[in-house]
Ligand binder design. Structure first.
Ligand SMILES: [Cu+2]
Length: 429
């Protein structure tokens, strides 16, 4: 009987579905960076433990976003129940409470300025685990049997009293065993989880294929345009709509001009299934390179590339872009002449108080001159007002690099170049 019970419990946990992508659970908040209305924000949906109950949603301001009004709409995709509210972006946002009626798939529609993003997510609530059931069940049964044993013992019927006490001991043993072994077992699926996929391709889902284009097709300098990334599944050709939040965003898009004077690190909005869009402006004509870093559920991270051209006379604002980089101190490199294929340390002072952004203190993005290589690493956890990165440049040559961190109301971008020597050449040390 007990063995059957334990076996059933083990089967329940072994066949439990793995946790899915955009989940709002009791333990974890869902954080998604968005570039919207010319501002950089992070949408936060707080984890919830009670459904029906309030879902708390806030908008953290990072750049040109303080006080930005955002309208919110949460809709249940199973019941259709819809609630609306408003939020204001702030460094420490006040959370808007929207009541959800059920667990399962939902979508959040976010509107700011003239832009709209639709973020799919799941509301999950942890069920009591099979282990909890066994612990409480075991203790409850033990308690009943013990009382029974004492009562029968008191009426001096030895045989039945022994039997009941033995049962009580077994109940306590089951409970104790579960307490000891349960931490080693994976938790069961929470309420509202996606049903386990039956036909999962072996080795995970294929990588997404991207088509990157701009609207209008030939943006003019100084004119706002939309960079659109359409993602399709390589095998089925259908839109890819299963991106997982990866470093707190559905996709990280880096756009640079060929010469590296233009740099944007943005977080496009999901505007339709498989479609990501971000509004940009470039002040100089020329060729631009775009990279999208994203992760498909059950597939791993990938880097997609594309490009577009800006045509026409340079816009007036183009002047300011070239001034800023020359004012910054050069970073400290160790070794002073980095060698291809070996780790180099890059250290530079932060500008102001460092606020975590995208889950990290600092980000370093590195591109080679022709744009065929793009690397991205994170700050090493240096205390104080310095940022330190370790990066292994793949080949000799000149690299364009941008170190980024968030501070109060602003994202600081520090561009610099690094010359990397081959392993054979003498190091200037
Ligand atoms: Cu990013």
């Amino acid at each position: 009987m007990i063995r059957a019970f334990l076996l059933a419990a083990v089967l329940v946990v072994v066949f439990a579905a793995p946790a899915a992508a955009h989940n709002v659970t009791a333990g974890a908040d869902l954080r998604i960076a968005q570039t919207i209305a010319g501002a950089e924000v992070t949408l936060v949906i707080k984890g919830t433990s009670r459904v029906p109950g309030p879902l708390r949603i806030g908008v953290v301001a990072y750049e040109r976003a303080d006080g930005l009004p955002v309208s919110l709409e949460v809709r249940s995709l199973t019941g259709g129940h819809t609630v609306t509210g408003t939020a204001r972006a702030a460094a420490e946002p006040a959370y808007t409470e929207l009541r959800v009626e059920e667990t399962g798939p939902h979508q959040l529609t976010l509107r700011a300025g003239s832009e709209v993003a639709v973020v799919p997510f799941r509301v999950l609530v942890e069920r009591g685990s099979a282990g909890d059931f066994l612990v409480y069940g075991g203790l409850f049964a033990a308690g009943l049997l013990l009382v029974g044993g004492l009562l029968t013992g008191a009426t001096s019927r030895r045989g039945p009293a022994m039997l009941l006490s033995a049962g009580a001991a077994a109940g306590v043993t089951v409970a104790a065993m579960v307490v000891v072994f349960e931490p080693m077992l994976p938790p069961g699926p929470p309420d509202g989880a996606a049903p386990t996929a039956t036909a999962q391709p072996a080795g995970g889902r294929p990588f997404a294929q991207a088509r990157m284009e701009t609207a209008p097709a030939r943006p003019a300098p100084g004119q706002e345009f939309t960079l659109r990334v359409d993602l399709t599944d390589g095998s089925t050709g259908r839109p890819v709509d299963d991106l997982v939040s990866h470093h707190e965003a559905l996709a990280h898009v880096v756009v640079t001009s060929e010469d590296g004077r233009y740099f944007r690190h943005v977080h496009p909005l999901r505007t339709a299934p498989g479609r990501l869009e971000v509004r940009l402006r470039a002040d100089r004509p020329g060729r631009y390179l775009a990279y999208a870093e994203l992760e498909r559920e059950d597939s791993g991270g990938q880097l997609l590339t594309g490009g577009f051209a800006v045509e026409g006379e340079p816009a007036v604002a183009a002047v300011e872009e070239t001034v800023a980089p020359t004012l910054r101190p050069a970073p400290t490199l160790r070794p002073a002449a980095p060698v291809a294929g070996r780790p180099a340390t890059i250290e530079l002072p932060a500008e102001g108080r460092v606020r975590p952004w995208l889950g990290m203190a600092g980000h370093l993005i590195v591109r080679n001159q022709d744009g065929s290589f793009l690397g991205h690493v994170h700050e090493m956890g240096t205390a104080g007002d310095r940022l330190r990165f370790t990066f292994s440049f793949p080949r000799p040559g000149r690299y364009l690099a941008w170190a980024q961190h968030a501070t109060d109301g602003r994202i600081v971008t520090m561009p610099f170049t690094v010359d990397v020597t081959g392993p054979g050449s003498a190091s200037a040390g």
